[in-house]
Design a protein around this ligand. Structure first.
Ligand code: CMP
Length: 139
């Protein structure tokens, strides 16, 4: 069935004018952009979004990176949207990412890895609600 996932085009990608290129790869993978907005995250917003990682050694740098420039937050819809998006994103570390994935094509490092995508349907719901009101999502 058609489900939803949440995506972020990260500052390394917006900085290099790759919003369209990344979005095209998502669409070509069978995902529909049903909501999209370009925002500058606040520190509080980034810390809240990545709260599950707050004990990790890279948390501080991750938050600083995510507020270093604009991001594009999106809701994606499609068959098995979470898994479909994870497949087209590729591995977190671009060194491990398969050919044909967004991170293989564009990521600069494990931190500046161009995109975020929800890792489960449960987290997708939480992450979508964190950035969007239901009436901003138009299927
Ligand atoms: P993301 O899917 O946005 O979720 C957490 C992010 O932490 C991850 O992508 C990476 O960009 C970032 N990150 C930075 N350093 C590391 C690391 N050593 N291991 C895992 N993730 C990292």
């Amino acid at each position: 069935a058609a489900t939803r996932t949440f995506s972020i085009i990260k500052p390394d990608a917006t900085r290099r004018n790759l919003t369209g290129a990344v979005t095209k790869m998502l669409e070509d993978a069978g995902l529909r952009i049903v909501a999209s907005k370009r925002i500058q995250m606040t520190k509080e917003q980034a810390e809240g979004f990545y709260a599950v990682h707050k004990e990790r050694p890279f948390f501080g740098e991750l938050v600083e990176f995510m507020i270093s420039g604009p991001v594009v937050v999106q809701v994606l819809e499609g068959e098995d949207a979470v898994a479909r998006n994870r497949k087209v994103m590729g591995a977190t570390n671009p060194a491990d990412a398969d050919e044909g994935t967004i991170r293989k094509a564009y990521a600069e490092s494990i931190e500046a890895n161009s995109v975020h995508g929800s890792d489960s349907e449960e987290n997708a719901k939480i992450e979508i609600d964190y950035f969007f009101k239901e009436d901003e999502i138009v299927g």
